[in-house]
Design a protein around this ligand. Structure first.
Ligand SMILES: Cc1ncc(COP(=O)(O)O)c(C=O)c1O
Length: 389
């Protein structure tokens, strides 16, 4: 009766089961993995006022999203509003692009380590998410394994390269050299590029000034972004796709994408009409949040990353996550469970994100700084106690 796209009975992992159990028992948990910005006191000013635009009372069936909202967004991005599509989220943008580019059984290349959602987003469109490797060298940082990506791009049925710029959880931007190579590779094999730039506004330890893929002038490029990370408003459900590349190819893609967008018309009037009022806040808001991210990163470095320390903070070029390499007293899952049970600390182990190396913990840098510092101190104390055993 049911589609094979959905595998039944997926059990919650052991860590979330343990979290549920402790919460039911009333045990306090300090969540160093908290990635929900609305739980971290992050909100732009004037949110409620922005949701009261009188235009909300009218239904305008513009499949790319209300003209006025696209005009405001285009003004900020410096692009043609005809090249913008508003979506209900970045996740929905992916599903539209997989429909646009792929037939069932086709594949897209996705970075590993990476955000686990992509397997599901692709799977629900009957598309295979095929990983390409990012490798880490200290202190230079993460790099795309270009040999492996080159081989993967040449495989049959591959339709697109997904770039997360910067990636979650590695925080790595696609460097200028990697960008040039990937644009060349994509044009050689006729592949589209999907550049997820939801964390682009949050550079931290970067080597180069971040550059959006929306500036690409060859091939077919989709740059994705949205309010979820840009203004910490995942609950508003508003994202967008910006098309770039060779104008002739873009012209072929536009009417096809329009058909998909027109079939759903999924963006609600309230977030859509709030957009022109919210966008002027982006600079001040993202700069305030960047200060929090920098402060928390400095805290991890101060507590864990001194000379001779058994810990190592991986280079974090941007985004909301720091990866901390810790002594391997226990396998990652056991370690996360022990930290939860014994120290009341929730951290995400690296295997959640398909990290190859063992002994990585992902810490969320958006947690309020006092709470973050208290959590890091408790984490350090737990390891110091266990190192003495
Ligand atoms: C890299 C990346 N892309 C997309 C998303 C989802 O964004 P949205 O809330 O707009 O669907 C996330 C969520 O954390 C993410 O980490």
């Amino acid at each position: 009766m049911f589609s094979s796209r959905i595998q039944p009975g997926q059990q919650a992992n052991r860590l979330s089961q343990a979290v549920d159990r402790l919460r039911r028992a009333g045990r306090p948990i300090l969540n160093l993995a908290q990635s929900n910005p609305t739980a971290c006191g992050l909100q732009p000013d004037g949110l409620l006022a922005s949701l009261q635009d009188p235009a909300i009372g009218r239904y305008e069936a513009d499949c790319r999203g209300a003209w006025r909202s696209r005009l405001a967004l285009a003004g900020r991005l410096g692009c043609d509003p005809e090249r913008l599509f508003l979506t209900a989220s970045t996740s929905e943008a992916y599903s539209w692009l997989f429909k646009l580019l792929c037939d069932p059984g086709d594949a897209v290349l996705v970075p590993k380590p990476g955000y686990p959602l992509f397997d599901y987003l692709a799977g629900l469109e009957n598309v295979e998410a095929r990983p390409y490797r990012l490798e880490y060298r200290h202190p230079q940082g993460w790099q795309i394994d270009t040999d492996q990506l080159t081989a993967a791009a040449a495989q049959p049925r591959v339709k697109a390269i997904v770039l997360i710029h910067p990636n979650n959880p590695t925080g790595s931007f696609v460097s200028q050299a990697e960008r040039d190579f990937i644009l060349y590779l994509a044009s050689r094999h006729g592949l589209a590029i999907i550049a997820d730039e939801v964390f682009l506004a949050y550079p931290l330890e970067t080597r180069e000034a971040p550059l959006s893929f929306a500036t690409a002038e060859s091939g077919l490029v989709f740059s994705l972004n949205g309010l979820s990370k840009l203004l910490c408003l995942p609950q508003l459900k508003l994202g967008w796709i910006q098309l770039a590349g060779d104008p002739a190819v873009v012209a072929e893609a536009l009417p096809r994408l329009e058909l998909i967008a027109d079939t759903y018309l999924s963006v609600g009037a309230a977030p859509m009409h709030a957009l022109p009022q919210l966008l002027p806040q982006v600079e001040a808001f993202t700069s305030g949040l960047r200060q929090r991210l920098q402060a928390n990163l400095a805290t991890v470095r101060r507590i864990f990353d001194q000379a001779g320390s058994p810990f190592r903070l991986l280079r974090c070029e941007g985004g909301w996550t720091a990866l901390l390499e810790v002594p391997r007293y226990l396998p990652e899952e056991e370690l996360a469970l022990a930290l939860l049970e014994q120290a009341g600390l929730l951290v995400h182990p690296g295997y959640f994100f398909d990290c190859e190396r063992d002994g990585l913990l992902a810490l969320s840098l958006i947690v309020p700084p006092d709470e973050f510092a208290a959590g890091c101190q408790r984490l350090r104390a737990w390891f110091d106690d266990h190192g003495r055993e």
